[in-house]
Design a protein around this ligand. Structure first.
Ligand code: AP5
Length: 219
């Protein structure tokens, strides 16, 4: 199966994708995580993406598409894939369809996570991430046992620079302008689009998300 997780910054796409990927043995492809890894490694892509990310703007499509193609080459064709934060523009969505068609695959399900902006702003202001293992916490909703230390790998937790209030405002606007139009794109697509109310308990959301994905897998 190929599942696209769509939704604004901070809505919980990464939180849900990581959990379902472990449960299903699926590949979790987060373009945000891949870009942050490229930045840490100091690659040409990481350097090119840096300014866009820090300003809360989208990284140009050509860079993103090269990154995804390269990553997909390493994924076995029978492996389920959860795309998190990709596609984010209509060009990316069209290119994804074309790339999957070459592999005799297609997007099977799109899950749109929805929550109001005030919820997203609070979540992003409280987010702390582990650059070492990718675990995500929240000082308001899901704090680590020891302040600033990852429960899983003992790495030092960081507050993402693009989670600063001014940049969050820009990211929400960019989502509305450039990514929200994908909702209409996917409403017209062969793959069903399933909406999930994301201002709820993480476990409750997960149960609904997992059930939707498994049901589509059996359809
Ligand atoms: P990216 O990393 O993809 O950021 P994003 O889409 O803005 O998403 P986030 O990671 O902020 O949020 P999320 O929905 O995953 O929420 P999370 O689960 O962490 O992209 C970063 C940047 O990279 C972009 O701005 C852009 O520059 C670039 N980029 C990436 N992909 C690109 C693309 N395809 N094209 C162009 N540019 C691209 O949860 C957030 C917080 O809330 C956490 O603290 C979590 O613990 C908490 N939380 C989650 N669920 C709940 C819940 N139910 N209740 C309470 N708290 C919760």
């Amino acid at each position: 199966m190929v599942v696209v997780l769509l939704g604004p910054p901070g809505v919980g796409k990464g939180t849900q994708a990581v959990r379902l990927a472990v449960a299903m043995g699926a590949a979790h492809v987060s373009t945000g995580d891949l870009l942050r890894a490229a930045r840490r490694e100091g690659t040409a892509l990481g350097r090119a993406a840096q300014g866009f990310m820090d300003r809360g703007e989208l990284v140009p499509d050509d860079l993103i598409l090269d990154l995804v193609r390269e990553h997909l080459d390493g994924v076995d064709h029978d492996t389920d894939v959860l795309f998190d934060g990709f596609p984010r523009t209509e060009d990316q969505a069209t290119s994804l369809d074309q790339a999957l068609a070459k592999l005799d695959r297609s997007v099977d399900l799109v899950v749109l996570f929805e929550a109001d902006d005030d919820v997203l702003v609070r979540r992003l202001s409280g987010r702390r991430s582990c650059p070492n293992c990718g675990s995500v916490y929240n000082v308001f909703f899901n704090a680590p046992a020891e302040d600033g230390v990852c429960d899983r790998c003992a790495g030092e937790l960081v507050h993402r620079k693009d989670d600063d209030p001014e940049t969050v405002g820009r990211r929400l606007q960019v989502y509305m302008d450039e990514t929200a139009p994908l909702i209409a794109f996917y409403e017209d697509h062969d793959a069903p689009l399933r909406r999930i109310e994301a201002d709820r308990d993480v476990d409750e959301i997960y149960r609904e998300f997992e059930a939707a994905v498994r049901a589509e897998g059996q359809a």
